[in-house]
Design a protein around this ligand. Structure first.
Ligand code: SAM
Length: 290
């Protein structure tokens, strides 16, 4: 079955047929460019054995492309007004299941068990930008079986996910993503590829989940508390950030000794530390000093 959606004319025809009203609160910007759609499917590396979770199918544009490439597509859409539209645009696509729910409330592990024998699924989506971070971090932190995540996000967010220490975009999101996955920016996508046009530039990023994290961490929760504390107060030193954090209870002496044992000076800032250094710092502090 050849996709019918992915251009402005057919998208407008569907929207008019159903008198669809865009809901700003759901971050609705629908793709209207076949080249971008082809690129996302190719970058996601979808094959005929794959089970794909699509977050926010909208009117089903990307869903049609995914259904042609994958064995099975499960699409979770929050907006009830889109459900009858999806029944129409996905008619004849027998390998698609649409679920009307908030993706943040869906048990993805259970879904993978039911639809893919518990094997890891691939997530592909043009994400609603207002909840990009909770969606991605939820998939990683809950240790659900996900092999890769290929998503359209705000360009600036894609940059933050990909960069390393010493750059202005580097922060807690970079470290969180890079602890769980290898990021790779696939393409930049301008506003005119969407209807309506978003105010910001977009990018497609692919995140390949590591089987084992790239660094050894004794207490993941502690490391992420330390990372958050280090970036909460950007212009402060790492030492002050950790001392002032309500989430941490280490003494000034413990903190300064731990920083020194990393081979760093007392005025080092959090944004200079690589993931391996945050791992080492949390292992030292968690062990009760040196
Ligand atoms: N995939 C479509 C496309 O590319 O044309 C639509 C993408 S649009 C950027 C985001 C979609 O996510 C919208 O259809 C919106 O209603 C849906 N959405 C927003 N919040 C959601 C949530 N919490 N759970 C599931 N879907 C959500």
């Amino acid at each position: 079955k050849e996709p019918t959606l992915g251009n402005p004319q057919n998208t407008i025809a569907v929207l008019q047929k159903y008198n669809f009203v865009f809901q700003k609160k759901f971050g609705q910007n629908f793709l209207i460019d076949t080249h971008v759609l082809d690129k996302i499917i190719r970058a996601a590396g979808i094959g005929p054995d794959d089970c794909v979770l699509e977050i926010g199918p909208g009117i089903g544009t990307m869903t049609q492309y995914l259904a042609c490439a994958a064995r099975k597509v499960v699409a979770v859409e929050i907006d009830r007004a889109l459900i009858p539209i999806l029944e129409d645009t996905l008619e004849g696509y027998d390998n698609v299941t649409v679920i009307n729910d908030d993706v943040l409330k869906v048990d993805v592990a259970e879904l993978a068990k039911r639809e893919n024998d518990g094997k890891p699924v691939k997530v592909v989506a043009n994400l609603p930008y207002y909840i990009t971070t909770p969606i991605i971090m939820g998939l990683f932190e809950n240790h659900v079986p996900v092999e890769s995540i290929t998503v359209m996000v705000q360009k600036e967010v894609a940059d933050r996910m990909q960069v390393g220490p010493g750059t202005k975009d580097y922060g807690a999101l970079s470290l969180a993503v890079q602890y769980y996955a290898r990021p790779y920016i696939v393409a930049n996508v301008p506003p005119n590829c969407f209807m309506p046009r978003p105010k910001v530039g977009s990018a497609v990023i692919r995140l390949d989940r590591y089987e084992e994290p790239p660094v050894r961490v004794d207490d993941e929760k502690l490391m992420f508390r330390i990372i958050r504390a280090s970036f909460n107060q950007r212009r402060k030193t790492l030492s002050n950030g950790l001392k002032n954090s309500p989430e941490l209870a280490f003494s000034k002496e413990e903190i300064d000794a731990a920083i020194e044992s990393l081979g760093k000076g007392p005025s080092v800032r959090g944004e200079a530390l690589a993931l391996e250094e945050f791992a080492a710092l949390s292992n030292i502090l968690g062990a009760g000093g040196n």
